[in-house]
Write a new protein. Structure first.
Length: 233
């Protein structure tokens, strides 16, 4: 199986096993979360699920929901009232404690708000995302308001991070997030105290949010190259 097939199978499997009619759902971003969105759309179209109220984490996901007619709300809408039953999302890395890093697709801010507002969180990944220590292979993203780019960079370096401003690929200059901010990608030379840093980073003036997710323990669906999907509770 190629990686796209594995991702599709993993996202689909999470929806099949966890989503029930009437749920208030957070829908994540990226190439593993999108197949979950598509499968949800299919089950709604076939009448196998109904009464779903969804909250999207990005433009990418909203557009996919629009394509499939998935009913979209905001976290502030009366129907959702700031509380979700379940969020399904991808991750850039996940460790044995089920702590993860997110934000490779730049959507970490709403992804974190949504995950932390959910009674249950499900992370869908292929096996390449399983790591012993977060932040050693894939950088940890952090969203910062543009005015604080340098001050935040200096503060992060003092905390032991190597900091790179994320550059856009088909636009001159940096990536601008959906909330008009910049992204800094952080690398670490050794295992980081992720739980402490998740809190510490957000204390720096100008930091909007960071990509460590340590305060919620997700169920993890791991897609493997042999076509199996392991569920880690
Ligand atoms: C977007 C994310 C994604 O969930 C994460 O980057 C994983 O993406 P993919 O499933 O495409 O590898 O956090 O901000």
């Amino acid at each position: 199986m190629d990686q796209n097939e594995i991702k599709a199978l993993t996202g689909k499997s999470a929806v099949e096993q966890l989503v029930k009619s009437g749920m208030k759902l957070g829908l994540g971003t990226g190439s593993t979360a999108l197949p979950a969105v598509r499968h949800l759309g299919l089950l709604l179209k076939e009448g196998k699920l109904s009464g779903i109220k969804a909250v999207s984490t990005s433009f990418q996901t909203s557009m996919e929901c629009e394509k499939w007619g998935i009913p979209l709300y905001t976290l502030n809408s009366g129907e959702i009232n700031g509380q979700l039953d379940l969020t399904i999302d991808g991750a850039d890395e996940i460790d044995e404690r089920h702590w993860c890093t997110k934000g490779g697709g730049g959507a970490l801010l709403v992804e974190k708000i949504t995950a932390y507002a959910s009674s249950a969180f499900c992370v869908v990944v292929d096996e390449s995302k399983l790591v012993k220590n977060l932040g050693l292979t894939f950088p940890v993203p952090l969203e910062v308001i543009p005015e604080a780019r340098r001050t935040v960079t200096l503060a992060l370096e003092k905390l032991g991070a190597r900091v790179t401003l994320r550059e856009a690929l088909r636009k001159a200059g940096p990536v601008i997030t959906e909330h008009g901010n910049l992204l800094l990608d952080l690398a670490f030379d050794g295992p980081a105290d992720c739980a402490a840093l998740e809190t510490e980073f957000n204390r720096i003036p100008g930091v909007v949010e960071n990509g460590f997710f340590t305060r919620i323990r997700p169920v993890v669906f791991v897609g493997r190259s042999n076509g199996s999907v392991e569920v880690k509770q």
